[in-house]
Ligand binder design. Sequence first.
Ligand code: NAD
Length: 250
Amino acid sequence: MALVFGTANKKSIAWAVAKRLSQSGAKIVLTYQDPRLEGNVLPLAAELPDCIPCKCDLTVEEDVAAVFKLVEEKYGRLDILIHSVAYALREDLDRRFLDTSQEGFRIAQTVSAYTLVAAARGALPLMEKAGGGSILAMTYHGSERVIPNYNVMGVSKAALEACVRYLAADLGPMNIRVNALSPGPLNTLAARGITGLLTMLKYFRERAPLRRNTDLEEVADTALFFSSDLSRGITGEVLYVDCGYHITGM
Ligand SMILES: NC(=O)c1ccc[n+]([C@@H]2O[C@H](COP(=O)([O-])OP(=O)(O)OC[C@H]3O[C@@H](n4cnc5c(N)ncnc54)[C@H](O)[C@@H]3O)[C@@H](O)[C@H]2O)c1
């Protein structure tokens, strides 16, 4: 049974992962942040067998409690949690990082990093009932390297990756693994908020060792690996799915 956070539309990484997990037999609870996304997400949920859509803003405690209550009542356990959620103020993604406001910093950290902690806490009792589980977050190379305009989101991804390691240490004794994927740039709703995305995609195609952009399906396939017992010895890890881009220096 898989709980997937972060579907906004059919281009979302969360949706690609939900489809892949469903094809492999998982029952899915597919959450969306806001009722305004229902028009996109409800038809997608209807495409999958055994898929329940559910509104959940991960910064709202009542929403988080309600989604885990739903999973408990319906399935009594949780095996897989996918966190594919991030947000920063638009103005913080196209000016100097130096000018980030305290409020912009707080929002980016809360939505993009802290929500993983809140989700993991909600998952714990249900994963314990399942005898263990896998929690997977989505990060980006801007956590380690300066990417133009990624700014406060890069700092939030650094925090997210640190959260992955601390959560992995806390939850490992309960056989719950916590990892992150770091995909190369993909043309999704969130990515379109970053000034210069198309230039970034072109640059990436020219420089990545595999000489192409990352595609959603390969991210979803790697998410399936982390969600399955094939990755049972791996926790606290960040794995790049970026056609090798991050190994290059020039
Ligand atoms: N697209 C890329 O190039 C790329 C690359 C690496 C990592 N990522 C990461 O992948 C994840 C998914 O992004 P995406 O590219 O699929 O874009 P997306 O816009 O489709 O997904 C982002 C999701 O976050 C959700 N969200 C924002 N605030 C939320 C909140 N308070 N509660 C619940 N959900 C909330 C949005 O509703 C949306 O569904 C993000 O963490 C993003 O940083 C994206």
